[in-house]
Design a protein around this ligand. Structure first.
Ligand code: 3PG
Length: 384
């Protein structure tokens, strides 16, 4: 895979940069006119790449999607200025890119690429016509959005057919770190999988059966295993297809740790209990590598946050190499005010830390799937 480090000279090069500004926002007041970015982790990770390109004399136009297809960046620009420490010129739609390239020296941001008013409807269809239009006027395409690499979209895949294409620093870093998660010795490696959406997690669990010493489960994934083991789940959230999803997994294996006690409210399991917390924390304490995606319970409600918080703290305290990711996991550690302890600069002195920006992309990578965005960059052809 070619990365930005392979580009010999960026001076005056016009760069189309796929960034990741898909972040949680909340509306301030009626009508949704004012919006606040509530989690800026992904933006901060992009800043490094943007600064790197600008320092080398490149002229950068950024493209990204936002949480809802009809959302716009129009009222988020002032916050982006602050978070990126530079002016960002808002580009309303794809037709305005040419004018931007001709008239403005600064960094541009095309509005939400998935919004039909911005770029038609071709993004999610991986439309070559859209990719060709996007490529007009640029010398180079850089994909610095690992979190979207599991999507076969025009600004991720098809675009690479029209411009010399390179992986950005973040895509490179994510692949290196997540490969470590897969290929590090099984001995002492544990993976913790929680949260909802069992269908997105179960292939990771299956892929790690011969790659991790222990697999610790929480959240709906654990509920599904308990259900298939014959436990009465009351009104707890379970996946109706749990039988098919879990097929092939040895649910009685000692490698698989499932909750033994719970916090129950209204006949629903909403968190793991104290015995489970202790057993999981002991496993984490003895690990050399911990990979974590997905909360243990309904952490958004403080009454059911204890399991997730204690597990997060046990990970922080452990000397293990830590790789964590997923939108809910990041939201949980931010809520517990220990996010910094997971970042590369924080955390234990002896372990290492990596927080993935990927949600679905992290899971797909860990499941051993081929990600279209990485394939388009030649990742699977090269030595990686
Ligand atoms: C993510 O949040 O995982 C990425 O931004 C991709 O978003 P999507 O699931 O809407 O494609």
């Amino acid at each position: 895979m070619k990365t930005v480090l392979d580009i010999p000279d960026l001076k005056n090069k016009k760069v189309l940069l796929r960034v990741d500004f898909d972040m949680p926002v909340r509306s301030l007041g009626e009508g949704g006119c004012a919006t606040e970015i509530t989690e800026s982790f992904r933006i901060k990770k992009q800043k490094v790449m943007i600064d790197w390109l600008v320092e080398r004399g490149a002229k950068v136009v950024m493209i990204t999607h936002l949480h809802e297809d009809d959302s716009s960046f129009s009222n988020l620009i002032p916050q982006l200025h602050i978070l990126l420490g530079r002016e960002v010129v808002f580009i309303k739609n794809i037709e305005d890119i040419e004018g931007h390239l001709a008239n403005y020296p600064g960094v541009g941001l095309l509005d939400n690429i998935r919004n039909p008013a911005v770029a038609g409807s071709g993004e999610k269809e991986n439309d070559k016509g859209l990719a060709l239009s996007l490529s007009k006027g640029f010398d180079i395409y850089i994909n610095n959005n690992f979190a979207v690499c599991h999507r076969d979209h025009a600004s991720v895949s098809a675009i690479t057919e029209f411009l010399p294409s390179f992986a950005g620093l973040l895509v490179q870093e994510e692949t290196v770190q997540l490969r470590k998660a897969i290929y590090a010795s099984k001995l002492g490696k544990i993976i913790i999988i929680g949260g909802a959406k069992t269908e997105t997690k179960v292939s990771v669990i299956k892929n790690f059966v011969d790659k991790a010493e222990k697999i610790l489960l929480g959240g709906v994934v654990a509920n599904d295993v308990l259900k298939e083991k014959g436990q009465d789940m009351g009104s707890s959230v379970v996946d109706e297809n749990s039988k098919e999803l879990l097929a092939g997994l040895d649910l009685d294996s000692s490698q698989l740790l499932i909750p033994e006690d719970f916090v129950v409210f209204d006949n629903k399991i909403l968190d793991i209990g104290e015995k489970t917390i202790k057993r999981y924390a002991d496993a984490i304490g003895g690990a050399s590598m911990v990979i974590w995606n997905g909360p243990m319970g309904l952490f958004e409600n403080s009454a059911f946050a204890m399991g997730t918080q204690k597990i997060a703290e046990a990970i922080v305290e452990s000397k293990a190499y830590k790789i964590v990711g997923g939108g809910d996991t990041i939201a949980a550690v931010s809520k517990f005010k220990i996010f910094d302890k997971f970042s590369a600069e924080g955390g234990s002195a002896s372990g290492g830390n990596f927080v993935s920006t990927g949600g679905g992309a992290m899971l797909a990578f860990l499941a051993g799937e081929k990600l279209p965005g990485l394939e388009a960059l030649g990742y699977y052809k090269s030595a990686q």
